[in-house]
Design a protein around this ligand. Structure first.
Ligand SMILES: *Cc1c(COP(=O)(O)O)cnc(C)c1O
Length: 449
């Protein structure tokens, strides 16, 4: 919608959209402060009644059952990783055995990228029905390269570089970084061109959505290009799981990982999650540990590691029960709402936000793709004074975050945000920019990254 194209009073538009919202009642189940507009659920989702209840249950079990909780809690703690993996699997279009909860994103990047580098170094390439170009072998004389992109979350590159180095592979030579044309997004054609230009790519590792601009990638397209080039396809799905439905099995994704504290609302530092396609089960994890051992014989305490025959093999140590418990309740709410309905509402919320910004904030530009297929769950508002603008907003009760150099991320998360909230956010940004209130903040320093 272009400037001035609102033919109806936005207050009435918001009221109409809120009245027609089938998920409006869900907000009552979240603990979002009345005096603040929480637009940062892509960084840390809020608590909910269900998440607090499942956490409290485990706290009670610890107090009452002590060590007996591993077997006698209801449900037993012993299989918490598999159980929560099963709960998450529908959100990513996976079979239950393909998803497990454990570790953190960064640790899961280490173990999964390491595992697939090991596979390549042992001569094993991707093979997948329907992808004739990938013949299932890798020339062991060639050190595999990993394709990433310039706009990735930095931790991902740190971990991949470390995994390359540990195998004697020089990251300067073999981490291939696809560049952005506009500083905001990655053109999938540039990923494909990188694959065409080099014949040593063993893994294509991409985000499902970029953390700064919120660009959503076509997972199917990237996985198909990777396989056609004889490379595995891995995804960091931190910025989409819980907000955008995925079909990892249908797309032929080899592996993926994500966190549960962003759109999955499981709490600060909550346990990570990972996906390994069934055809890779039985591979030896790069970071093996006893919690990934075959379940039936784990407590025989054999010196020899026998990996579980599921994605559970990529667990490492004892699962952090208190950092996993809230996920059970949190996922249940999303399941009740339905990921497709959540996505529909999320797109309507970000459409409304973008239309209001276009209409009223001439100094602000939209850094997120407008095409629904390329938009995740948040909107990047670009402003030359973004850091001061985000500080002024936070002080006025709008919780957003700043990402250098010029982005204010606004996340109207579908489970607990209404259209009137979005309008209020834009009203407050407009008031700040009109009065220059943000200019009262220090010109540099500060700013959370
Ligand atoms: C949030 C996020 C991380 C954080 O990793 P942790 O190990 O959970 O701290 C990593 N990668 C991406 C893309 C993220 O968005």
């Amino acid at each position: 919608m272009a400037r001035g194209e609102f033919t109806e009073d936005p207050v009435r538009v918001a009221a109409r959209l809120d009245a027609a919202d089938p998920l409006a009642e869900l907000a009552d189940r979240f603990v979002v402060p009345d005096d603040r507009l929480y637009m940062d659920g892509n960084s840390l989702g809020p608590a909910s009644d269900a998440a607090l209840a499942s956490l409290e249950r485990v706290v009670d079990e610890w107090r009452d059952l002590l060590i007996g909780g591993w077997t006698d809690a209801d449900p037993p703690w012993f299989d918490v990783g598999e159980r929560l993996g099963t709960a998450l699997a529908p959100l990513v279009g996976a079979r239950p055995e393909e998803v497990v909860v454990g570790n953190s994103i960064t640790v899961n990047i280490h173990t999964l990228v390491g595992t697939f580098l090991d596979a390549l170094l042992a001569g094993d390439g991707p093979s997948r029905a329907g992808h004739p170009a990938a013949d299932g072998t890798w020339d062991t004389a060639v050190d595999p390269a990993v394709v990433v992109n310039e706009l990735d979350f930095p931790s991902d590159h740190y971990a991949i570089r470390a995994q390359l180095r540990q195998r004697g592979i020089d990251p300067e030579a073999k981490l291939r970084v696809v560049e952005s044309r506009d500083g905001r997004t990655i053109d999938p054609r540039d990923v494909e061109a990188t694959l065409e230009a080099h014949d040593d790519v063993g893994i294509v590792f991409m985000p499902t959505a970029l953390y700064r601009s919120g660009q959503l990638f076509d997972v199917d397209r990237i996985a198909t290009a990777a396989h056609a080039a004889g490379a595995y396809a891995g995804f960091d799905a931190a910025h989409s799981v819980g907000a955008v439905p995925h079909a990892f099995d249908d797309a032929g994704v080899d592996f993926a990982m994500w966190c549960t504290y962003k759109y999955l609302n499981a709490g600060p530092g909550a346990v990570g999650a990972l996906f390994v396609a069934e055809r890779h089960h039985g591979r030896t994890p790069a970071l093996a540990g006893w919690w990934g051992h075959e379940k039936a014989t784990q407590f025989e305490m054999n010196a020899q590691f026998t990996p579980a025959g599921t994605a559970g093999a990529w667990q490492i140590g004892t699962p952090p029960l208190l950092a996993a418990a809230p996920l059970e309740g949190a996922v249940e709410i999303l399941r009740e709402a339905g990921i497709d309905r959540l996505r529909t509402k999320s797109l309507a919320l970000t459409d409304f936000l973008i239309a209001l910004v276009d209409d009223r904030l001439s100094e602000v530009s939209i850094g997120t793709p407008r095409d629904h297929d390329a938009r995740g769950g948040h909107v990047a508002l670009e402003h030359p004074d973004a850091r001061r603008l985000s500080e002024a907003l936070t002080d006025r009760g709008v919780v957003v975050d700043f990402r250098p150099p010029n982005v204010v991320r606004v996340c109207p998360a579908a489970p607990y945000t209404g259209f009137a909230d979005v309008l209020e956010v834009v009203d407050r940004i407009e008031a700040i920019l009109e009065t220059g209130a943000h200019e009262a903040y220090a010109a540099s320093g500060g700013g959370v990254t």
